[in-house]
Design a protein around this ligand. Structure first.
Ligand code: URA
Length: 288
């Protein structure tokens, strides 16, 4: 059989990936993982059976660089390896403060002096989390920056100052909420975490969520939203509604670093936080 030129092969491959994507298969990292909405299985073409069974190898995507937040398509971001994380155990017991603290400590111990992905090469400190194990509200960011890497705490730089203000505007103290990131080591130059990095690290975040079991999670920015929800959607399509994630309600808003670059969007972010407050039964404190 005559061999097709490389460009034709490439075009055919791109075409095929688009076809899978149109069917809702969004993972082309490592292996094709089924990404099907509940109840949609029956509509999928039988030809996709080997793909869904994980029998077809797929290809590493070329991911784009740093995200711009507004109108961003998650396609431009690191692509998650799965559409949604495994569900938490069905009936998790309500844990006491001591039990949660111990469970979080054991996650930290499991992380250890982590070398599971390349991010360890440039890190000073692992940034595990900050805040209360009993928190009703959890914020999830993308990954540590320079200040966080130096101090070993999330959101302590300029974006952290703004996050503190956002928390205060909700009538809460930083110590009352729980703050963590998709990746626990600083990506070089504060770039977006690569899929392999985020997928290696995010299981630890999911375990933290299962221990804290916050009523509401606020995903700060497209990377957090993408890796928590596993949805390749523009941030605008994910904002303004209540999602559900591992038993918690999840609300998507802009990353504070983006709000520092474009303060006009703060109003929009406040509208998102008000959704979180409504879900938590909180009222904004009266302004002095
Ligand atoms: N940006 C993040 O996403 N997380 C941090 O901890 C700091 C800045």
């Amino acid at each position: 059989m005559p061999r097709l030129p490389d460009s034709a092969l490439r075009d055919a491959l791109i075409e095929r990936m688009r076809f899978y994507r149109d069917l809702g298969l969004t993972d082309f990292y490592r292996r094709a993982v089924p990404v099907i909405e509940p109840g949609a299985e029956a509509e999928l073409a039988p030809a996709l059976a080997p793909v869904l069974a994980g029998e077809v190898e797929s290809h590493d995507p070329q991911t784009a660089g740093a995200p711009s937040e507004g109108g961003l398509f998650a396609e431009e971001l690191a692509i998650p390896a799965r559409r949604s994380s495994p569900a938490p155990p069905a009936a998790l017991p309500i844990l006491t403060f001591e039990e949660r603290a111990a469970a979080l400590k054991s996650i930290l111990d499991d992380i250890g002096d982590c070398t599971r992905c390349a991010l360890h090469k440039g890190r000073n400190k692992i940034v595990f989390a900050d805040g209360s194990p009993m928190a009703r509200l959890m914020f999830v960011g993308e990954g540590p920056g320079a200040d966080e890497d130096a101090q070993g705490l999330p959101f302590v730089g300029r974006a952290g100052q703004l996050l503190n203000n956002m928390i205060a505007a909700m009538g809460l103290k930083r110590e009352e909420v729980y703050i963590a990131n998709v990746v626990k080591c600083r990506p070089p130059g504060n770039r977006t975490p690569e899929p392999a990095e985020a997928n290696t690290c995010s299981p630890f975040l999911f375990r933290q969520i299962d221990v804290v079991r916050p009523e509401v999670i606020v995903a700060l920015g497209a990377t957090a939203a993408t890796y928590l929800l596993g949805q390749r959607q523009p941030l605008a399509a994910l904002r303004g509604r209540v999602h559900s994630f591992r038993g918690s309600k999840l609300i998507v808003t802009y990353h504070p670093a983006f709000l520092l670059r474009d303060p006009r969007q703060k109003k929009e972010a406040w509208a998102d936080l008000q959704i979180a407050m409504r879900e938590l039964g909180l009222k904004a404190p009266a302004r002095a």
